[in-house]
Ligand binder design. Structure first.
Ligand code: AMP
Length: 320
C-alpha cells in the first residue's frame, strides 16, 4: 500500500489505472479506523480494482472545538489496518493541501441538511462534509465511493450532492457494523469509560424497541417513539433527538406506512453518539402471500429505493 499526501502524487498514481479502465473505489474516512471503516474498505476491495482510502480529519465539519481537538488520531495504526483490509493507496493530505491559503469556496446542500444532525450541529457541519467530500471526489475521481449507513443523513446528503452537481460517481452504502451488544462502532467510542460504554447501549436498545413494536404491527410514530424512549429510560439517558423520518426527504412521519428511517442522537457523558435503523411496516396477514412472492422484499428489511441519478450512473457504468 502506498501512502500519499499530495493531490499531485495521487493523480499521478491513479492516472495509469484510469487509462487502463480499472475501477477505482474511494473510502473517505477521518481515521481512528475500526471494523465499521474496515467493512467499507473490504467492500471496496471486492467491488473495485484499485482502492483508495482517504484519511483526513476535516476541521470544517466540526462544530465543537473540543471534539476536533480530542478526535483520536493514530495514523500508523490506521495505515496498517487499511493495508490489511485491502487498500492500495492511503491518501492522507495535510490541512494545507486540502485548504490552502486563500481557500474560499464551499459546497452546500439545502433543506435536508437543516434536519436531525444539521438542526443540532448547525448548518456548518454538513457544509463542511459536502465541501470536503466534493474535494475528495474531485481529487480521486473514483468510479464508486463507499459510505456507511451509520451516518444515514450523511449518505442522503451526499447522494443529493452527487445528483445535483452531476458528479460522475456511484455512491454505495454499506451496513452499520456493531459491537457485541449492539453499540454502533464509532471512532468516538474510544472516549467512553466502561460505565459510559454500558450506558451507550441505550441507543441501540431504543431502536430495537421501536423495531419490535413495528414488527408487531404498530404504525403510529408517536407510539414507536414512546416505546424507544421507554427503552432508554433505564439507562438514565435522554435522546438529543429521536425521529421517525422519510428515508429520502428526512421529513417527520406521523405513520409508518412505508420503509422509514428511525434516527437517534444522545450524549453519553461528554461523547455525542448517533445511530439509526430502517423500519418498515409489518406486512398485514392478508398481504403475506403477496410478500412471499417477492424475495427482494424479504432479503432487505428496507428495499433500497434507487435514486433516479443512481440508476443512470449504474447504466452509464455498465455501458462503459
Ligand atoms: P468517519 O471516519 O467517522 O468520517 O467515517 C468514515 C466512514 O465510515 C463514513 O462513511 C461512516 O459512515 C463509516 N462508518 C463509521 N462507522 C461505521 C460503522 N459502525 N459501520 C459502518 N460504517 C461506518
Amino acid at each position: 500500500m502506498k501512502r500519499i499526501t499530495t493531490v499531485k502524487e495521487l493523480r499521478c498514481e491513479l492516472e495509469p489505472a484510469r487509462r487502463n479502465g480499472l475501477r477505482i473505489g474511494l473510502v473517505p474516512t477521518m481515521g481512528a479506523l475500526h471494523d465499521g471503516h474496515l467493512s467499507l474498505i473490504r467492500r471496496a476491495r471486492q467491488a473495485c480494482e484499485l482502492v483508495v482510502v482517504s484519511l483526513f480529519v476535516n476541521p470544517m465539519q466540526f462544530n465543537e472545538p473540543t471534539d476536533l481537538e480530542g478526535y483520536p488520531r493514530q495514523q500508523e495504526r490506521d495505515s496498517r489496518l487499511a493495508h490489511e483490509a485491502g487498500a492500495d493507496i492511503l491518501f492522507a493530505p495535510t490541512l494545507e493541501e486540502v485548504y490552502p491559503a486563500g481557500f474560499a469556496t464551499s459546497v452546500e446542500v439545502l433543506g435536508i441538511t437543516d434536519r436531525l444532525e444539521g438542526a443540532v450541529r448547525g448548518n456548518g457541519h454538513f457544509r463542511g462534509v459536502t465541501t470536503v467530500v466534493t474535494k475528495l471526489l474531485n481529487m480521486t475521481l473514483p468510479d464508486v465511493a463507499f459510505f456507511g449507513q451509520k451516518d444515514a443523513q450523511q449518505v442522503v446528503v451526499i447522494k443529493r450532492l452527487v445528483e445535483d452537481l452531476n458528479l460522475p460517481v456511484q455512491i454505495e452504502t454499506c451496513p452499520t457494523v456493531r459491537e457485541t451488544g449492539g453499540l454502533a462502532m464509532s471512532s468516538r467510542n474510544a472516549h467512553l469509560s466502561p460505565d459510559e460504554r454500558a450506558q451507550a447501549l441505550a441507543l441501540f436498545c431504543a431502536l430495537e424497541a421501536a423495531r419490535e413494536l413495528a414488527g408487531n404491527g404498530e404504525r403510529r410514530s408517536e407510539r414507536l417513539l414512546a416505546g424507544a424512549r421507554g427503552a432508554m429510560a433505564p439507562f438514565g439517558l435522554e435522546p438529543e433527538y429521536l425521529a421517525l423520518v422519510d428515508p429520502e426527504t428526512l421529513e417527520d412521519l406521523a405513520e409508518l406506512t412505508a420503509p422509514a428511517l428511525l434516527a437517534i442522537a444522545a450524549r453519553v457523558g461528554a461523547t455525542r453518539l448517533i445511530d439509526n435503523v430502517r423500519l418498515e411496516p409489518a406486512v398485514p396477514p392478508a398481504d403475506l402471500s403477496q410478500a412471499n412472492r417477492s424475495p427482494q422484499l424479504q432479503a432487505d428489511p428496507l428495499p433500497h429505493r434507487e435514486h433516479p441519478g443512481e440508476a443512470r450512473q449504474k447504466a452509464a457504468l455498465i455501458a462503459q
